[in-house]
Design a protein around this ligand. Structure first.
Ligand SMILES: [Zn+2]
Length: 144
């Protein structure tokens, strides 16, 4: 399943949800999202239950915990050498056609291309401190 992209507003707002049961319409309104979007999230696994009249209810605290659980994995996994984050693909990719450009101090800018969508990506990195430690970017790309 593709990662859900929860709107920033929802992430900020959900910890303030009350320990009570919301109807879909109420919660959607509180979070300022369309009912439809909220229903999609329920299908995707957001906690909820149906009462005997088949009404859907969502507990505010449970929902907030669910939103929080989506946040954690995004807390960055470290990029490996030669990798950069492609904003269009929304994931780390191994850059191709890398060129380096000096920046301030020991920083360099790595400029490359996303192998999947072809868009340009940049990544700041530290310049190698020892000349013997130079990284051969071509080798890294061939490694995979
Ligand atoms: Zn891409």
């Amino acid at each position: 399943m593709p990662r859900l992209r929860l709107p920033h507003f929802v992430i900020v707002k959900s910890p303030g949800l009350l320990p009570m049961h919301y109807k879909i319409g109420e919660l959607a309104e509180t979070l300022r999202i369309p009912d439809r979007t909220l229903r999609d999230w329920l299908v995707a696994g957001a906690p909820h239950f149906r009462d005997e009249r088949n009404n859907l209810w969502i507990h505010g605290r449970d929902f907030a915990a669910w939103v929080a659980s989506w946040r954690k994995p995004t807390k960055k996994r470290k990029l490996r050498k030669g990798e950069a984050f492609c904003l269009r693909c929304n994931k780390a990719v191994v850059m191709q056609d890398i060129s380096t450009h000096p920046m301030r101090g020991k920083l360099i800018m790595l400029r490359g291309k996303c192998p999947e969508c072809g868009c340009r990506i940049n990544r700041a990195d530290r310049a190698p401190t020892h000349s013997t430690n130079n990284i051969n970017w071509t080798d890294i790309q061939n490694e995979k």
